[in-house]
Design a protein around this ligand. Sequence first.
Ligand code: PSU
Ligand code: MN
Length: 305
Amino acid sequence: MIPESARSFIDIEPAVAEALDAGAPVVALESTIITHGMPYPQNRETAISVERIVREEGAVPATIAVMDGRLKIGLTGAERQALAMGGDMMKLSRADLAFAISERRTGGTTVAATMIAAALAGISVFATGGIGGVHKGAEKSFDISADLDELARTPVIVVSAGPKAILDIDKTLEVLETRGVPVVAYGADVVPAFWSRSSPRPAPLRLDRPDAIAGFFRTRHALGIAGGMLVANPVPEADEIPEDEMAAYIAAAQAAASAENIGGKAVTPYLLSKILELSDGRSLATNIALVENNARLASRIAKAL
Ligand code: PSU
Ligand code: MN
């Protein structure tokens, strides 16, 4: 499956390789959430519990990262630990994935880079927390995540809890529509807003069953329509933080980010950690719950495929 030219840069963990050879369900998982999205030790615990959930559901987890210049498809416990402990970790997107490999660096892969690696390995389903998108104030900053372009070009189903609510969700949905990316709300009529189940935005598409999502993906492929799709899976009710409560934390975090002149790749990690502080840890508990919930749905879609 992996193109000959890429083989010498990639290590596929034995359990993942075996599953791919057998055509068994595999779910890709990202690692920026470990290196830049959550503090230690919750990042490590979440990475472990998400992998366990995928196995419980009958699929094989493949957490993707770059370690000392090797593109890892599936991690050992020691590798996961090293990523979680942090240090000199890059945040890798399409622009810098190959840089990290050629310079023998270590880093977490974002949604965009994880999609690239998953597609290389022949993995079609990927679970994350929230995708990157159009930042508030993008009309001035031009800060639009490479995740959106990747969804438009790379054939992977990304299961998320919607765009992260720190973003301009309306503009994010507009860009996804322009770039031809289907946004499928799972069992919901509105697009969920990451920490919150509801938002004022009607779902562009709605599906209620994992096998229907798999069928939609296969149909697109059969018609020769390139690119991925975004599944927006609402956070479980027991874990959500209502939209108006989140809005206050987000506004305060944004104000702090501009006061401190935070820009570029640092914006998303800064906002997430500021919101964690302001919400007294509740945003992190919700973030963990929604990633676990997405891993469960992604496993069911992978099995249906
Ligand atoms: N989901 C989370 N936490 C995260 C991310 C997603 O629950 O930290 C990461 C993903 O890797 C996503 C990235 O691709 O944030 C977006 O970063 P940026 O806005 O710089 O593209
Ligand atoms: Mn950005």
